[in-house]
Structure formats: C-alpha cells, structure tokens
Design a protein around this ligand. Structure first.
Ligand SMILES: [Fe+2]
Length: 181
C-alpha cells in the first residue's frame, strides 16, 4: 500500500512538473517584448528620482512638545510644525493640526482649494466631517486617511472637540484660494 501511494505521489509530481515545464516553455513566446517593457517600467517607477535636480535633504525628527502648537493658516486651528519643510528644502511640509472647539461653521465651512501637488490627511484623534467635490460629505474618524488632489474644492463641515489631524503637503509653499459655493 505504502509503495503504491509513493508511486502515485511521484506520478502526480511528475505530471505537475511537466505542466509547469509546458507553462514555462509557453511563457516567453507570449509577447516577450511586452513583458520585459512592463518589468522595466515598474523598475523605473520605483528607482527613478522624482527630479534630476534633487534638493539636498536632512532627516526631520520631531518629538511631541505641547508648547510647539502655534497659530497658523486658520484661526480655528493650532499647528505643530514637524520640521519637514526646512529639512526637505521645501519639497514638503507636515504638521499636526489641532482644531479648536467648538466648531463654528460660519468661520470654518468655507469652500476652498490648495494649489499644491499633493496633500494627505490622517485623523489622529476625534473626527472631522468633510466635503470634497466629486466625493460629497464624509465623516473621517480616528485612523481615517485621505488625499486631496491638486485644486480639488473642499471644506470642513464640523469636527469633534478633540480633533487632531496629520497633514502632509507637497510642496511646502502653496497657495490657498477661497471660492464661492
Ligand atoms: Fe483645505
């Protein structure tokens, strides 16, 4: 019995091998040029620098200090700058935004866009109700993360009393434009 099952297993393995060999033989003939080009593109996307004139950067290391929260772009928020703008030579900026409670929609809910290349927001604490063109209203809770494509119109509708956000924007300097709803 044992011998038989060993033989059976060997036969099965051999048949698997021959199928694999057939597939391997077939694969190169299935448009090899395309496969190689695809591989090269994927490699390029990972390895190629964003710009040939890459600015010199240094690591930005920031530890929590309550006194670092300062006034900034919005009167209803305090900002803890994470030192990224300076360390990256202006490539990006990053800060923790602490929204000041209670939310006053008359002051806060103004439709606007940022003339930036990239913007990412992550909810560290609490929740924030946002509106984005093409997306509509969303309640972003602790752990929620989203990006805002360049010049997308958006606003904040409401936020919790303990709302803290992490925001990363490229480049460090950008224009914010208020628009009529
Ligand atoms: Fe905004």
């Amino acid at each position: 019995m044992a011998k038989k099952s060993v033989a059976k297993a060997a036969a099965k393995a051999a048949s698997r091998k021959s199928v694999a060999a057939k597939v391997a033989k077939k694969a190169p003939s299935a448009k090899p040029g395309k496969a190689i080009a695809k591989k090269a593109l994927a490699k390029k996307a990972v390895a190629a620098p964003v710009s040939a004139k890459r600015l010199k950067q240094r690591p930005a290391i920031s530890h929590y200090r309550e006194e670092d929260f300062a006034a900034g772009l919005r009167a209803y928020a305090k900002y803890r700058d994470l030192g990224v703008a300076e360390a990256s030579g202006g490539v990006a900026q990053a800060h923790v935004i602490r929204l000041i409670a209670p939310c006053d929609p008359n002051e806060v809910s103004k439709l606007h866009y940022h003339d930036a290349e990239f913007q990412l927001v992550y909810v560290l604490n609490g929740w924030v109700k946002t509106y984005m063109d093409g997306v509509g209203e969303q309640t972003m809770r602790q752990g929620s993360c989203w990006t805002q494509p360049p010049r997308i119109k958006h606003l904040i509708r409401d936020y919790s009393d303990n709302c803290e956000l992490l925001e990363v924007i490229l480049p460090a300097q950008f224009k914010t434009v208020e628009v009529k709803a």
